[in-house]
Design a protein around this ligand. Structure first.
Ligand code: PRP
Ligand code: ZN
Ligand code: MG
Length: 225
């Protein structure tokens, strides 16, 4: 296969999804030589290139057809879809497999001392988050008039810094919330890792390789059940 015909897979460079994605690729026989600082890694035994990027970039790379496959959290995927919908941009992709790693929840959390009865207690308040579209959809569904304040990082310090009254962020162990004097109140989205494929035509060779990888993924998942 020529360079253009190599299958391009996007994975998170570091973070929640990274280990699970790399382990799964290894388990299905994709041999990689990863050099830490490089964005791209070539498989040595299959026509596959790995793009190691920030997880927030992965849904867009797949939706724009820049990569063929991506390992991504459903939270990032849904947020990007809502963002593109709002902008009238295209967001084509298909989900190939729901995976058993990268589990987390997107939750509303408030300072310990705040009187919180229900999400209605956030009426008129500001809520810091990296997921404004998911949060605003939730507020709309709940008929709550609150404002999402977008922060790409350090969301958990926003209330203490006086930037917001509450936060809406990813939680897995809860350690980050606890360390910052915050209490989890409502889960607004539950997420796991998924494997997605770009829309559009796939050359035969690539599609066959994808099918082969999927068969192996199913085998590995069944063996782990
Ligand atoms: C999320 C979230 C918290 C942390 C919570 O960050 O923003 O920082 O995980 O996890 P815990 O409940 O186990 O303490 P993430 O790992 O997604 O990194 P990012 O914010 O840099 O994407
Ligand atoms: Zn190269
Ligand atoms: Mg974080």
């Amino acid at each position: 296969m020529t360079e253009r015909n190599r299958l391009r897979i996007a994975v998170q460079k570091s973070g929640r999804l990274c280990e699970g994605s790399m382990e799964l690729l290894k388990a299905i026989g994709v041999k990689l030589s990863i050099r830490d600082r490089l964005l791209i890694a070539h498989a040595t035994n299959l026509p596959i290139d790995l793009l190691r990027v920030r997880d927030d970039d992965i849904p867009g790379l797949v939706m724009d057809g820049v990569v063929d496959l991506g390992f991504i959290g459903e939270n990032e995927l849904e947020e990007k879809m809502l963002e593109r919908q709002a902008q009238g941009k295209q967001f084509q992709y298909k989900t190939l497999e729901r995976l058993e790693f990268g589990g987390c929840r997107l939750s509303l959390a408030v300072p310990n001392e705040m009187d919180y009865q229900s999400v209605q207690s956030l009426q008129g308040k500001k809520v810091a988050t990296t997921y404004p579209f998911l949060l605003e959809r939730f507020f709309r569904e709940q008929n709550v008039n609150a404002k999402a304040v977008m922060l790409n990082g350090s969301v958990e310090v926003a209330p203490r810094a006086g930037l917001a009254d509450a936060i809406c962020d990813l939680v897995s162990t809860g350690a980050t919330l606890e360390a910052n004097g915050l209490v989890e109140k409502d889960v607004i989205f539950r997420s796991k890792a998924v494997l997605i494929q770009r829309g559009g035509e796939m050359p035969d060779g690539k599609q066959q390789l994808i099918d082969k990888l999927l068969t192996r993924i199913n085998g590995v998942m069944q063996a782990r059940e």
